[in-house]
Design a protein around this ligand. Structure first.
Ligand code: ADP
Ligand code: NI
Length: 213
């Protein structure tokens, strides 16, 4: 499967070439690297983790709704590259479990799934997470902030995907919840640092909002 990881890198580079929604190739690359680091610490199966990390967004419901349910793109890639049926099922299950669905999110069943979910979620917080949130907001025509629109803290998956909120609200609706949802010890430590940074950022944002200082 060594070679398959390299092929998967090339494949996702092509798939995400023209994405400006915060799911670009570099997001995938960061998740791949972070998932690898977590997997080494956790002694998880490296190849399963790496393939799931690289393929985790190719069938994303927002980017590819028609292949989302069956994970057609991930499945086709793995089949063409002779990955065993058992490993294909494991990888597709991990991909299915990792995505954030508000209150309907799940804890992955396997250690490998936990590593990939943590890596994906770490990329949504901290300095990079802030950049991705505003990139996503701009891409979806959302305002940066509107004090009259209050955050909805209890969204299920449907509302999470379809709702129209502000990007600052997204910090409360998702980003500040992620630290407590981390599965592995190392991800918990990194998440705490990144959350502190985001809290400082939001404080500064609110200080500047009134146009006084
Ligand atoms: P992931 O790739 O981690 O599964 P999503 O597909 O939910 O994440 O979103 C991709 C990026 O866009 C993440 O950084 C996420 O925080 C951000 N994002 C998602 N929904 C919103 C939103 N409503 N407002 C601002 N940013 C968002
Ligand atoms: Ni992702």
């Amino acid at each position: 499967m060594e070679n398959t990881v390299e092929k998967a890198l090339e494949y996702v580079k092509k798939v995400f070439e023209n994405d400006y929604s915060g799911h670009d190739f570099f997001h995938i690359l960061r998740v791949y690297k972070m998932a690898t680091n977590i997997a080494i610490k956790e002694k998880a199966d490296l190849k399963i983790v790496q393939l799931a990390a690289l393929l985790h967004d190719v069938d994303d419901i927002k980017l590819s709704p028609e292949t989302h349910t069956n994970k057609d793109k991930a499945r086709n890639f793995l089949t063409i590259n002779n990955v065993s049926e058992t490993n294909i099922e494991t990888i597709c299950q991990i991909i299915d479990e990792i995505s954030y669905r508000g209150n309907d999110s799940v804890v992955p069943k396997t250690l490998e799934g936990k590593c990939v979910q943590d890596a994906d979620r770490l990329d949504a917080i901290g300095a990079i997470g802030i950049a991705r949130a505003f990139a996503y907001g701009g891409n979806h025509n959302r305002v940066i902030y509107d004090p009259d629109i209050t955050p909805n803290l209890n969204m299920g998956s449907e509302e999470y995907i379809k709702g129209k909120s502000t990007t600052i609200n997204h910090f409360y609706e998702k980003l500040f919840k992620l630290k407590d949802l981390m599965n592995t010890d190392i991800a918990k430590i990194i998440a705490q640092q990144r959350e502190n940074y985001m809290k400082d950022y939001i404080n500064e944002f609110m200080n500047e909002w009134d146009g006084i200082r």
